[in-house]
Each structure stands twice: as C-alpha cells, then as structure tokens.
Design a protein around this ligand. Sequence first.
Ligand code: MN
Length: 396
Amino acid sequence: MATDRLIIFDTTLRDGEQAPGFSMNTDEKLLLARQIDALGADIIEAGFPIASDDDARAVKLIAEEIRRPVIAGLARCDPDDIERAGQSLRPAARPRLHTFLATSDLHLERKLRMSREECLRAISAGITQAGEYADDIEFSAEDATRSDMDFLCRVVETAIDAGATTINLPDTVGFLVPREIEAFFTEVIRRTGGTDGVVFSAHCHDDLGLAVANTLAAIKAGVRQVECTINGIGERAGNAALEEIVMAARVRPDQLFYTTSIDATQLVRASRLLSELTGEPVQANKAIVGRNAFAHEAGIHQHGVISDRRTYEIMRPEDVGAESTLVLGKHSGRHAVKRRCEGLGHDLTRDELDVVYRAVVELARRRKPVSNARIAAIVDGLKSAATAGGAGEGPA
Ligand code: MN
C-alpha cells in the first residue's frame, strides 16, 4: 500500500480559539502561530475575520508575518463575510479563503431558513466571489455527515464547478462512528468523480471521543487533508488532536499509510505553550502530551521501564519532546526508589534502601508523588543518623 503525504490543516486559532475559556488576544495568537509554524503545519487557519475587529486584525498580522504555511481565513457564504476575510488575507504569501455553509436539512430549515436550491446558489456565488481574493479556495459543508447524501453530492459538484480546490466535509457535531465515516467519504468521493484535482478534507469533532478514530477512518477512504488542533481543543468536546494523528502513523506505519510534515519533537512544546497562553490545563492522561503520558508509578511498570523502556512505552518520549518519568508514589517499588536515589547521587546499601523505601511509601500514602527534595532529605537524615551512631530510624 502506498504511503501518502497528509495535509495538516491546523485550526487551533479558529475552531480551538472559539471554545469557552480558550480565547486569546492578538499577541497571544501571534505567539501560537509562530509555534504552529515551527511544528510544520501545512495550513494555519488564523481566524474568522467577520467575527470581530480583533479576529480580522489577528488574521492580517499572522498573514504578514508567517510566510511558509498557507494562511486560511474563514467566511460564511455571504458577500460581507467573504470580503472581510479576503481583505484580512491580503498580505498573505499563500492565502486560502475558506468559506462554508450548512447543508443538512436540520440546519437549512431550522437555522438558516433556506431551501436546498437557495443553498446551492449561495455556495456557487460565495465561491465565485472568493476567487477574487485567492486561487486556493476551500469549501466546507457544515453538518455534512447529517446531510442528505444525494443533496450533498450536488453540493460538492456545485462547489467544485465554482472553483473550490479543497472540499471539507465536517462531522460538525461528532455524531458518526469510524466505519460509518469511512463509508460516507467513500461514497461521496466515488459519486462526485474522485480526487483528481480536488482534495477531500475531514473535520471531526470529539463529542463521543471518536474524533481521531473518525479522522483515521476518513483517511482510509481517500481524504488527504485533516483539520485538527493542538491538545484537541475546539467547540464543545473539541476537534481531532493534531498530536494524536501525527504519532499514530509514526508508531503504526504498518497500519496507517500516511506521513505528515510535522516535527514531532515540537509537540509537547506546542501543547504547553497553548495551555500557558489560555490558562487551561491539559488533562494529565491526555495521549502524547499529558503529564502522565510517559509517567510510571506502579512498581511492576517501573521495574520494566528501568530494564527496557519498550516494556511500557510504545514511543520514545524524546520523539515528541517529552521525558519519561518514574513517579514515586504508593505503588512504587524498590527499583524505582534505588534508581531515583542514584540519580540524586546516593549509592545506598540494601539496608539503607529498605529504610528509604519504607519512608517513601509511607509518605506517599499520605500525600501525592514524593519530590526529589523530599527524598534527598530522607537520605540525608539517614546518613546523618548513621554518622551519629543511630540505628537509621526512618525519618518522616
Ligand atoms: Mn468545527
């Protein structure tokens, strides 16, 4: 099976930023855009210019400064929206105008109060207008996965005829399961003439925790662009996490036949920067970038990792810019305590280790993980007790 190069479309600054608690000011957006550039994303969606003057300014500043990746700006299929996005993107070296309209009957009838025919006309007009500002045009059919299949195929054909070069079919509300989204993309791509000259794109949400799994299934069906965010942030439960899509193929090239341009050693740095800028912590057990992603506390696991890291680590932490940590807690064993003491410069005898080990476990029972400073204090207490002729009683 041939390995394809996947286009990484980062929407941390648009879909991600629009989630509660994740808003950033213009300076913060610029800092993050530099880091996403350092990561090597192919496309950075910098914002939604019609949403506010700040959004428009951020898109313009990012377009002025960040020159390597494509810079995308979002607009509804509406003349004012598209004009605003087009003007904000004017300084870009490689602008992409990204326009969208909902296509499910639910959205058309209840939200937009628009008929299907009106929807098709708006898409055609919007994409034609977008062509005044960029050659690179993406169209997104909002709520595509809950749209009528026959109508959606007409939408896709209309968008391509009007000049769209990327067709994004979002699972806007995170409703599909992997087998279903694979069949969905397979059918749309087959019925609309294949992928010659047009890139199909997936944009999956994580309402059922399936955003990354669905993205991988979409890739299998012929999707060549994926929309994702750092730490998986985004509306509601978030988007597909960029770091997970990237590392899945690095760890399982025998199952996943794509590569990306991402410099994985920048992943943890990008995750931490985003968390710092927004003040929103990453959950400890988050894959790839969480605090516990390469942390081991249980004695059996620690012994394994000390002997050979591959026993409990499927990727090397340094490959994503993280480090492996043996956490000393109440589940830890003697091996880890010994290793930690050696790291702190203390070679302990068997009896000394016993005493320190019991003290660590006792301490960990009452508090959270035991710090290096606390261990050093325990060992120091032990050594000075020994010098004073004491019996090495375990310091608390
Ligand atoms: Mn979205």
